[in-house]
Design a protein around this ligand. Structure first.
Ligand code: NAP
Length: 286
């Protein structure tokens, strides 16, 4: 069917990945464009690794911006003209802004996580957070909470990797490692404001697994799980049974897209109430 909304003046955006069969990004971005009345379209663009450079040349010449996903979040960096502080700290890009042919890299995953947590009614400013895991999601989470004056404890299965991550993030902080700790996943001390799971433990098909013992959950004031398949992980179910506020990972996916549009347009063109309605519609599809 001919889509009469799309014409020569339509602005083009895309997500670039190697396999995009399950991406929700076109649904989220096109819903936001429609709600804002923008003449813009967002497409999934599947690109094999050896064609990444030529694909980026095309996007530079005729796309307003694009997202990148696995396995291109690091590989894209040398192809860009500039990256922001968050990318320098986290070593990954998920959003590219095209400013008159100049490509600028940003990472909005951490912004999306923070917004999801705040929309869930949990205060993120100056929070003392316990982050499970030391990979990409843990790093962006740590960066954003430190940027908001918080304290971060990384609970990891490999302390050497955890200390390397802590040392790298410390270089981005005026007070060095003063607000960053590392501990073993099996030996987590003290209570924390927010527990954030950034390991894949509990993800489908291992939905009965939980990354920490129940007493660790009980010592935390709120829980966020970056996993969104299943939406209600075992970790979240344990927290809910103890009446601890919970936030599910799908919100991170949705609000990182909202943050990407803020880089492309300055704002999404719709109120936060409308954004939340679109998020509700996404939840209803699952
Ligand atoms: P990653 O870079 O591979 O990092 C995974 C981390 O979890 C590593 O520190 C790894 O430890 C640790 N880990 C893996 N298996 C473990 C186990 N069995 N026990 C204890 N620790 C384990 O992955 P990521 O990109 O950070 O993603 C982490 C999770 O966040 C995934 O579930 C992903 O789906 C989710 N995520 C969600 C969103 C969203 O929008 N909601 C966005 C990004 C990621 P080692 O370093 O020792 O291997």
């Amino acid at each position: 069917m001919l889509d009469q909304r799309i014409g020569p003046g339509t602005q083009r955006f895309a997500v670039l990945g190697e396999s995009l069969a399950h991406t929700w990004s076109p649904y989220i971005h096109n819903s936001l464009f429609a709600a804002a009345g923008r003449d813009a379209v967002y497409l999934p663009v599947t690109v094999p690794v050896e064609k990444l450079g030529s694909a980026v040349d095309v996007l530079r010449s005729c796309f307003g911006g694009f997202n990148v996903t696995i396995p291109y979040k690091e590989r894209i960096i040398p192809l860009l003209d500039e990256v922001d502080d968050a990318v320098r700290a986290c070593g990954a890009v998920n959003t590219v802004e095209n400013r008159d042919g100049r490509l600028i890299g940003h990472i909005t995953d951490g912004l999306g996580m923070l917004r999801a947590i705040e929309e869930g009614g949990v205060a993120a400013e100056k929070a003392d957070v316990l982050i499970l895991g030391g990979g990409g999601a843990a790093r962006v989470a740590g960066y954003e909470f430190l940027a908001r004056g918080g304290r971060v404890t990384f609970a990891v299965r490999n302390p050497d990797k955890g200390n390397t991550l802590a040392d790298e993030l410390a270089k981005t902080q005026a007070d060095g490692r003063a607000r960053i700790c590392v501990c073993p996943l099996g030996d987590i001390p003290s209570a924390h404001d927010i527990l954030i799971n950034c390991t894949p433990v509990g993800m489908y098909p291992h939905a009965d697994e939980c990354p920490v013992e129940e007493d660790v959950v009980a010592r935390c004031g709120a829980v966020f799980d970056a996993i969104y398949n299943p939406r209600q992980t075992r970790l979240l179910r344990i927290a809910r049974s103890r009446e601890i506020p919970c936030v599910e990972g799908l919100g991170m996916l949705f609000y990182q897209a909202v943050a990407a549009q803020c880089f492309w347009f300055g704002d999404t063109g719709v109120s936060s109430g409308v954004q939340n309605e679109i998020y509700g519609q996404l939840l209803a599809q699952l």
